[in-house]
Design a protein around this ligand. Structure first.
Ligand code: SF4
Length: 287
């Protein structure tokens, strides 16, 4: 019987007891619970990462204007701009997260990791991480498995859907997955990986879901960029052993509690937040 991903504490204990790494636990879950063999799992991860990279490249090279025209080739403008705010790598990270999400808003092919609304965060992060550190594909696939384990627990204890838990559940969860994957890929310990998740959730907690005109475009696309930045900042903090103080399981509990108490107008109904602004309403009527 494989581990069922109910808590981070349980995941760590199971790994310790069975002398397994975090990703091996997710592999075992995929085998036992989903009936997949190892080849199918690794091939699936390879395909998923390939689609993620394609989405980044498509968003940076092809015409990306959504039907509403709220999304209009933003990623390319960021990628090519002559002013670099922090570093070239940061500029690439942000533009890649935007690019993959723009592909989704323009009805292209993406990996919903964990949802379509948050589909730019893992691609932007992993693509850039691999490029900077020269990581093997296999390491990235293992990082994706770590991300999957993180998402399984969040799904159990809080939610992955904006309609249930607000945007913290979508872009927040994707950022947590990415942050854990970064720390894993850079050789971090289990505690550092889980601390990165805790810090990421702390940074994303309370974020509402308020898509203008009910379209997954504004603010969704820019939130993919900020979530990618938070995933990286959290990983940087965690890998230096700076504690998030509140343990990861308690952070996820807080996320669930905040999601439950959030008013319905902040849960994908397009009735509150940015969707309810004067401009948001005007766009909604026009569309
Ligand atoms: S605002 Fe809502 S629809 Fe947009 S990414 Fe966040 S959760 Fe998804």
């Amino acid at each position: 019987m494989s581990y069922l991903f109910e808590s981070f504490k349980g995941w760590k204990e199971y790994c310790h007891k069975n002398d397994m790494s975090l990703f091996e636990c997710v592999l075992e879950y995929e085998r036992d619970q989903k009936g997949n063999d190892d080849d199918a799992i690794w091939n699936g991860l390879s395909r998923a990462y390939s689609v993620m990279k394609d989405a980044v490249n498509t968003g940076l090279t092809e015409e990306m204007t959504s039907r509403s025209e709220m999304i209009n080739n933003g990623a390319k403008k960021v990628f090519n701009h002559s002013t670099t705010v922090l570093s070239k790598e940061f500029q690439k990270l942000i533009s890649r997260a935007l690019a993959a999400k723009e592909v989704n808003s323009c009805m292209g092919r993406i990996v919903a990791a964990p949802t379509a609304g948050a589909s730019g965060i893992l691609p932007g992060t992993l693509y850039t991480l691999q490029e900077i550190h020269g990581l093997e594909d296999k390491k990235i696939y293992e990082g994706l498995l770590i991300g999957a384990g993180i998402a399984l627990i969040i799904e159990q204890r809080a939610s992955l859907a904006g309609a249930v838990g607000g945007c913290q559940a979508e872009t927040g969860s994707a950022a947590a997955m990415a942050s854990g994957a970064i720390v894993y890929c850079l050789g971090g310990s289990v505690d550092q990986i889980f601390n990165a998740v805790a810090i990421t959730i702390q940074c994303m907690l309370g974020l509402i879901c308020d898509p203008v005109a009910g379209l997954v475009e504004v603010p969704c696309v820019v939130r993919n960029a900020s979530a990618a930045a938070i995933a990286n900042s959290s990983a940087q903090i965690a890998i230096a052993n700076v504690s998030g103080v509140i343990p990861v399981d308690e952070c996820i509990e807080a996320m669930g509690e905040v999601g439950q108490s959030m008013e319905d107008r902040y849960k994908e109904t397009a009735l509150g937040g940015l969707a309810a602004t004067k401009t948001g309403q005007q766009i909604s009527k026009k569309i």
